[in-house]
Ligand binder design. Sequence first.
Ligand code: BTN
Length: 251
Amino acid sequence: MKIGLKERKIHSFKSLSSTNDYAQEMLAKGKPTEGTIIISAAQTHGKGTGLNTWESEPGKNLLASIILYPDFLPADKQFLLNKCISLAVLKCIKHFLPDENISIKWPNDLYVGTKKIGGILIQNTISGHYFQNCIVGIGLNINQENFSESLPNPCSIKQLTGMEVTLKKVLETLDIFIHEEYSNLAKGYIDEMNAKYLQNLLNYQKVAKYKAGDELFEGVICGVSEFGKLHVTVGDKTSAFDFKEIVFLFD
Ligand code: BTN
């Protein structure tokens, strides 16, 4: 991935269905340069993880998709890419909110305390045992002050600091950190990445409340498997959870 936004084209739009969908269309037509960025001020069908949608007031937040070709990474190691991008987005938010408690909520949400400031949607195309391409979709709440009631716990940089930040500055900062973390991944610094992910993981090694099915319980996150499952210990038993199998409960 080339360093610096100046050498790469940023595809910028006023409105798109979804920046991830646009990236998908570009990939269907050709092979855009690695690191190509698509941003849009608004999305009519912004996508979240699973069946969720992603809401954002037009012009207020960063809505970006980045095209990567992590062909050095075996397909069964795809959760490493989640870690790599989560760490890059974490660093970006820490840069703008140096005094806040920022963490990664498994698998790859970005939280300030118990409030969500950003989300990541990675869509991979695998060919055989390796990655063909990867679309990294990032939504970061920057200048939005009011959120719809239906969202459980959103927050933005402006709400926390009272200050506006330009989306250009956020994108430039994010790009630097993505480059840094993605280079670390390509160089094979896996142990360091795993350690940093756990160090910054919300509730890691802490007693906290969860819900799985109809069951409410207190447990301790003790790790994340190679394939991205969350390991939670309750008493002397550790269980592995897939995304959507466990809900974090905040008082
Ligand atoms: C989540 O937390 O559910 C993931 C949200 C990802 C949202 C971003 S916004 C830019 C990109 N385009 C999309 O349609 N989704 C991602």
